[in-house]
Design a protein around this ligand. Structure first.
Ligand code: NAP
Length: 255
């Protein structure tokens, strides 16, 4: 049985074939969803289009979330071809490289604002822009990390952005719930991707997680994607406002 047969899913955040959004796109495609993808600029369009073609996706649009007009155009374009969006996946984050290695107290106002605008506000912005396309049974999904809950060396402003993002999940879930729209997050363990490479000491983070997690390993992009599939599907019809850890159990350990 295909878990997303007949569903339309918009996925934001495919940068390349290592992106968690790409693993989610493949999983959703295998489970029968019709997809639309976005890219954050021309340079990335060159990478995203061939990937989209691999799974037969024709709807590929630009969407830099710092540009309100691109978000508005995306929702307009999509509404011209789809009557509704059943699943919206937000897999977007950004922080300046220097803010992911220096002391947290040195974060500049501009770096702080940029990280929270791209990584956190964009989720609210998309909920707003796509409100008219969300129907009972639709769901929104975002990706977060344990650095929202506990201090992770060098994660810094991104931890603050993810803490705010998880709060946004709850506020949006409370607001949209009466319309039958669910809002959830997957808290993924560390996975080697383009964004992750920007975090100083990421290799050490991977090693530490694998050593301490109850399953004694790191998670794969496919495992993150399967959890996203579950939350997006009707199997999770009673779940909203939830942050589901997919981290080989790392978050339960105290020492
Ligand atoms: P990724 O492949 O680099 O994906 C990050 C995406 O964010 C890219 O597609 C990037 O687009 C997009 N983005 C950045 N600025 C943007 C903007 N202004 N407008 C639109 N899109 C923008 O890395 P990833 O690890 O898969 O990240 C996906 C999500 O998973 C992020 O929220 C990340 O925090 C989260 N996550 C990752 C891990 C991990 O260990 N990898 C763990 C937990 C959670 P461009 O590259 O085209 O600019």
């Amino acid at each position: 049985m295909e878990l997303l047969a007949g569903k339309r899913a918009l996925i934001l955040g495919v940068a390349n074939d290592h992106s968690l959004a790409w693993a989610i796109a493949r999983e959703f495609h295998q489970q029968g969803a019709t997809l639309a993808l976005t890219h954050a600029g021309e340079a990335f369009e060159r990478r995203v289009r061939p990937l989209a073609a691999e799974i037969g996706v024709e709807l590929v649009w630009p969407c830099d979330v710092l540009d309100d007009s691109q978000v508005a155009a995306l929702s307009q374009n999509l509404s011209s071809v789809w009557p509704q969006v059943d699943v919206l996946v937000h897999a977007i984050a950004f922080a300046q490289r220097e803010d992911l290695k220096q002391d947290f107290s040195h974060t500049s106002r501009q770096g702080f604002r940029l990280a929270l605008e791209v990584s956190t506000y964009s989720f609210v912005q998309l909920a707003q822009a796509f409100s008219g396309l969300l129907a009972p049974g639709s769901s929104l999904l975002t990706l977060t990390y344990f650095g929202a809950e506990k201090v992770i060396p060098n994660y810094n402003v991104m931890g603050v952005a993810k803490a705010a993002l998880e709060a946004c999940v709850r506020y949006l879930a409370a607001e949209l719930g009466p319309r039958g729209v669910r809002v959830n997050a997957v808290s993924a363990g560390p996975v080697r991707t383009l964004s992750a490479a920007g975090i100083a000491g990421f290799r050490e983070m991977l090693r530490h997680h694998a050593e301490r997690a109850p399953l004694r390993r790191n998670v794969t992009p496919e495992e993150v994607a399967k959890a996203a599939l579950f939350l997006a599907s009707d199997l999770a019809s009673g779940i909203t406002g939830e942050v589901l850890h997919v981290d080989a159990g790392y978050n339960i350990m105290g020492f």
